[in-house]
Ligand binder design. Structure first.
Ligand code: MF3
Ligand code: CO
Length: 251
């Protein structure tokens, strides 16, 4: 565990962009394979094969004993769902979270996608969660603070009647998957660590349709909403630069 924020050089940021591009590419490909009847283990198999083809190592497999490349979290599962024989069905939502390492640099991104047709309230949950990341990325600027990012996610989600998860956070990222600083999904503007050029953070909004409380399943990984409400997750890696936020997890 690092206890200090590590700033990255321009050359390092370019390496992280290469890693992030693969993560995004594979996530977009796997998104197109989400249909009723598909199992989350089918999605895992696809990801494993594509990462091999890219010559990229999975970031999550083996991390604290996590058994897969992909996290696939269905409906009331918030994050860290382990791919299984569970079949996706029409009306479900599935959060796909993927991390990759290339040349020693990590990337990490997540999307929540509909399975077939979903209800209007679920469409809104997905839209608002995605928007909260986009709005938060705009705050990843030199001179701002981590609390500006956190408060933006919280404000946007709560203004639509949703709740942000408190027990899990975004994070710095670089030569390790998780670096300082922690990037909570709630907080106060103007508080927390100062953002400096070269800092790279994974901003990950975890938004519940019901209350914010979560629990961990008996598999010791899957995080679920305590009240059974559905949950969405979007994540991007962003570099803080003198020219503004630079999203590294783009195609
Ligand atoms: N995006 C998640 C995170 O940053 C994924 C981690 S899954 C794990 O915590 F298996 F690696 F823990
Ligand atoms: Co992450």
């Amino acid at each position: 565990m690092k206890d200090k924020i590590v700033c990255k050089s321009d050359a390092e940021i370019e390496k992280m962009r290469l890693s992030g591009r693969i993560t995004r590419q594979v996530l977009e490909e796997v998104q197109r394979r989400v249909h009723p009847g598909v199992t989350t283990l089918d999605l895992e198999g696809y990801v494993e094969r594509r990462l091999q083809e890219f010559g990229a190592a999975p970031a999550f497999k083996g991390y604290r004993g996590y058994p897969a490349c992909l996290c696939a979290s269905v409906n009331d599962e918030i994050v860290h769902g382990i791919p299984s024989h569970r079949r996706l069905k029409e009306g479900d939502i599935v959060s796909l979270d993927l991390g990759v390492v290339t040349e020693g640099y990590y990337s990490d991104a997540a999307i929540t996608v509909p399975v077939g047709d979903i209800s209007e309230p679920l469409k809104k949950l997905l839209r608002v969660t995605k928007e909260s990341v986009a709005l938060a990325i705009e705050k990843a600027r030199v001179g701002n603070r981590v609390g500006d990012i956190s408060a933006t996610i919280q404000e946007h989600a709560e203004s639509h009647g949703f709740a942000v998860v408190r027990d899990l956070c975004g994070h710095g990222i670089g030569r390790q998957l998780h670096e300082e600083p922690q990037v909570p999904n709630f907080g106060r503007p103007g508080h927390g660590p100062l953002l400096k050029a070269g800092m790279v953070v994974a901003i990950e909004a975890m938004v519940n349709a019901g209350g914010y409380a979560m629990r961990v399943a008996d598999d010791h990984w899957t995080a679920l909403t305590a009240d059974g409400s559905f949950s969405a997750h979007f994540e991007d890696v962003v570099a803080v630069t003198r020219n503004g936020p630079d999203i590294l997890t783009q195609p």
